[in-house]
Ligand binder design. Structure first.
Ligand SMILES: *Cc1c(COP(=O)(O)O)cnc(C)c1O
Length: 400
């Protein structure tokens, strides 16, 4: 039997990232073990009955609870400064489970226009079939757009959903303003924190009700596992989300939870290193004559630099930039790289490069793309942990 994990709540972020949530077993293991078991045994028929009836806490079946997954949940919850976390099989499973738990037919969602593609798809093509309608609205100008968001909220609006910074143009949402707006209208604010992670930004401290994670990105940080999480301070939201998860089953595997635990241990170090390298590369890109514009919240040229600095402790690893020219010039930069990975993923130790207009945003119509500011000349890089001079040299070849 394992003991309750020691309380690390009064320790610093980096300490909690390494130690929180671990309940050492009678074996005295130093590292977190992986509990690869689908079910659990009971001492007696009476105990089995008590567990199934929720009269006694304890494990029943790994679709609902698993000690390794629970360690990950407790560790991520404390890093976000939250009471609760429900781990899921992927980032998309986290969003789906949240929506299934908190929305019903007839409800309305207001979502940022600048969202991860599959999230848009989920709202537009899947949840719509169950009577949930979504209005998309830009997130780019906090003063104007908070007002714009307010105007599309209806009596049946239940949820506001956004990402900050958004992908790929790194637009920043004013989380506090959006939370105030949501709460004035009796709605919940959901913030997808995949880009920043709690190492750089804690949306709950600005009033968000729910934080979504794609653990696949920086929480793992090394491109190994797909997973996600829903984080909240509200016990009733946690219970609703967990209720859907335990019945419908998009659960995180114990192995993946263990990989994410290892990722969390180095999260702060990695996010600082990604941010430092990205800031330096963003400054360097701004000076290249073949580049028309650089989008990075750490640059003073970013229209929401001040807001980003207020919400985030650093600016993350994602940079977008427009080359002078069109698709041909942009593709030339991609194809001239020898080291950078040509892939749409981000949040890896390996630097990646992608052409959004023909990959992540390829399914949008040209009008939708132009509305979202995604030009044919746009490239996005996720700055990894290689030597910065090697990254620059790889980009320089195509920019020359
Ligand atoms: C990748 C991503 C998701 C989806 O996560 P998966 O783990 O791939 O399901 C959701 N939101 C954002 C911002 C992402 O980058």
């Amino acid at each position: 039997m394992s003991n309750a994990p020691p309380d690390f709540s009064h320790y610093a972020f980096e300490t909690r990232a390494v130690r929180a949530g671990q309940a050492r077993t009678h074996e005295g293991e130093h590292n977190d073990p992986i509990f690869t078991t689908s079910s659990y045994v009971f001492d007696s028929a009476a105990q089995a009955k008590a567990r199934f009836a929720h009269e006694e806490p304890g494990n029943v079946y790994s679709r609902f609870t698993n000690p390794t997954v629970r360690t990950f949940e407790q560790r991520l919850a404390t890093l976000e400064g939250a009471e609760h976390c429900v781990a899921t099989a992927s980032g998309m499973a986290a969003i789906l489970t949240t929506c299934l738990a908190l929305l019903k037919a007839g409800d309305h969602v207001v979502a940022s226009r600048n969202l991860f593609g599959s999230t848009v798809n989920l709202f537009v093509n899947i949840l719509s079939r169950f009577g949930i309608e979504t209005t998309f609205i830009p997130i780019t100008d906090p003063s104007r757009d908070t007002e714009a968001w307010g105007k599309v909220i209806r009596p049946e609006t239940r949820m506001l959903f956004l990402e900050s910074p958004a992908n790929p143009l790194t637009e920043i949402a004013d989380i506090q303003a959006m939370a105030d707006l949501a709460h004035a209208a009796d709605c919940l604010l959901v913030v997808d924190n995949a880009m920043c992670t709690p190492a750089l930004q804690k949306p709950l401290t600005f009033g968000a009700d729910i934080v979504i994670h794609s653990g696949t990105k920086y929480l793992d940080g090394q491109g190994r596992c797909v997973g996600g999480a829903v984080v909240t301070d509200s016990e009733s939201i946690r219970n609703d989300v967990f209720g859907v998860l335990r019945t419908s089953g998009p659960s995180m595997s114990p192995f993946n939870a263990w990989v994410f635990l290892k990722g969390l241990e180095t999260l702060s170090l990695r996010m600082q290193a990604h941010s430092k390298a990205a800031l330096e590369i963003a400054h360097w890109l701004e000076k290249q004559p073949s580049i028309a514009r650089v989008y990075y919240p750490g640059l003073t040229s970013h229209p929401q630099h001040t807001l980003a600095a207020r919400q985030q402790s650093a600016f993350g690893g994602i940079i977008a930039f427009d080359v002078q020219g069109d698709r041909e010039e942009a593709w030339r930069v991609v194809d001239a790289t020898r080291m950078l990975s040509i892939t749409a993923n981000f949040g890896d130790t390996k630097t990646t490069i992608t052409h959004p207009a023909t990959t992540t945003h390829g399914r949008l119509t040209p009008e939708q793309r132009s509305e979202a500011g995604i030009r044919e000349s746009l490239l996005r890089i996720s700055v990894g942990l290689e030597d910065i001079e090697d990254i620059k040299a790889d980009l320089e070849r195509g920019l020359a």
